[in-house]
Design a protein around this ligand. Sequence first.
Ligand SMILES: [Zn+2]
Length: 243
Amino acid sequence: MTLAKLVTNQVIFKASQIWGVDLRVENQVHTSWTDGKNSIPEMENSAQRNDLRVLVFTEHTSSDSGNWFPKFVNEVNSLPISELEIYVGTEVRIKDFSGGIDLNEDVEQLSQVVLASVHRFPDKAGKPIEFSNINHSSSVCDTELALMSAAIRTKRAHIIAHPFGMSLRRYNQKPTVLHWEKLIEVATEHEVALEFNSKYHQDDFSILERFIDSDCLISLGSDAHSIYEVGECSKKVIKFLGL
Ligand SMILES: [Zn+2]
């Protein structure tokens, strides 16, 4: 699906319009098809109970996922029709510093929404490096920024999921104002949305405020792996903005 259509459908938002749109969206969900605890129908049910308007299934995939992904898509598409708008998508790993993402072509064809994220740092050949082998004194934020910026430039993903999440959660390193500014600049220039993620960014709403001030494209995701997390991010953001 085009990015423009996702904005029109209010799945992702232009920051300047955030006060006038319906923010009841969940743009990052995983199910028992990969590492989530609950099934597709259970997650959908939770979205209904939490009064969401949009639910995007974003299963983890890699270049090897071409076999099972069509079955996953079928299951999402066979959910009962309701007022809840359901999208099918995927979250893939940013592979290298040239902007390569681990996205299978068949998965890409079937996905309405593509999220790209840094889950591991790659070595020069694009092979993931073990977490314990990363030098903590080096700026992991610089590395994460370089990977995200490269992926943004290739524009194969609509959304960069949990930006700087690896630096924050794995290495307890906080990006500087300059890190955020550089990321937002490249994302705005290439029209790729940045995710505010309630699991990785927690209650640091200064990140969201930075997005809003710079008028980039924003996505809201909880990285929900169970029914209890569906809609968490939008709920927090709506409360924070006083909407
Ligand atoms: Zn992720």
